[in-house]
Design a protein around this ligand. Structure first.
Ligand code: UDP
Length: 248
């Protein structure tokens, strides 16, 4: 397991890894003894962590933190410590599923609207027939249900827990339950189950390769505009932070 270091972006440390190195780390975690937390922040999440200490603590304790958004990659360049590439949570999950299949490990899918995790699980099985889908649970539950859900996850014997509750819910959920989970890896994956289940389409490759997935999302899901308005503010904060010399 190589450790190529981290870059600190507005106080949040992000691993300087490309997709291959991220996968290598995850594979190492699979063979470990303790729970590893994996987060995939975009610039919105990093900006949110400035005012949300619980989210910041979660990200600070991530064992692998990769840049889901191109904005984070650009920010790393402003700090003069460029991240090698965007490692989108969805892509990392799909690549990792290949490893999980090869290693004959089991997964648990937590999150999404009722029925979505099951449908995503079905699609995963079609694509990775060797994977053991040990359990599914939708993401609309109350605090009182958490003990039962933890029990369900732990008794399933899953090695990897994918948590798709959206941000910052999923990061906080993983962090606050870290001592109660007996899986090897808990990873926040945002809206990935919706994409796997076929509910939501990802941007075409041409947009993704040009670093314009955010633009595709803006035109297909215009209600995200408000969240995206935070982006120029994020860029400005990064520039100020860099100028102020508050670098890691
Ligand atoms: N979600 C959930 N429980 C909640 C809120 C959201 O399971 O209490 C799910 C929602 O159904 C969707 C995902 O979390 O599948 C959030 O997707 P989004 O694309 O908004 O993720 P983000 O961009 O916030 O990471």
């Amino acid at each position: 397991m190589g450790n190529s270091g981290r870059v600190r972006i507005l106080g949040i440390e992000v691993d300087k890894v490309d997709m291959a190195e991220a996968l290598e780390r995850l594979t190492g975690f699979l063979g470990g003894e303790v729970l590893r937390m994996v987060f995939t922040p975009n610039s919105e999440m990093i900006a949110a962590a400035l005012n949300d200490m619980e989210l910041k603590h979660a990200l600070d304790n991530g064992d692998l933190v990769v840049p889901d958004g191109i904005g984070v990659v650009y920010a790393s360049r402003i700090y003069g410590e460029p991240l090698p590439e965007r490692v989108a949570g969805y892509d990392l999950m799909m690549e990792f599923l290949g490893v999980i299949e090869r290693e004959k490990k089991g997964i648990f899918l937590l999150g999404g609207n009722p029925g979505i995790a099951q449908r995503a699980g079905g699609k995963i099985l079609q694509r990775f027939p060797g994977i053991m889908v040990k359990g599914c649970q939708h993401g609309y539950f109350g605090d009182e249900d958490v003990p039962d859900i933890l029990k369900k996850i732990n008794e399933s014997g899953a090695d990897v827990l994918f948590v798709a509750l959206g941000s910052p819910k999923q990061e906080k959920w993983i962090y606050s339950n870290r001592d109660k989970l007996s899986v090897k890896i808990a990873m926040g994956v945002g809206g990935s189950f919706d994409v796997i289940a076929g509910e939501v389409k990802r941007a075409p490759a041409v947009f993704r390769k040009a670093g314009l997935e955010w633009f595709y999302r803006l035109i297909t899901q215009p209600w995200r505009a408000k969240r995206m308005a935070a982006l120029p503010k994020f860029a400005l904060k990064v520039i100020m932070d860099r100028k102020g010399g508050r670098r890691a």
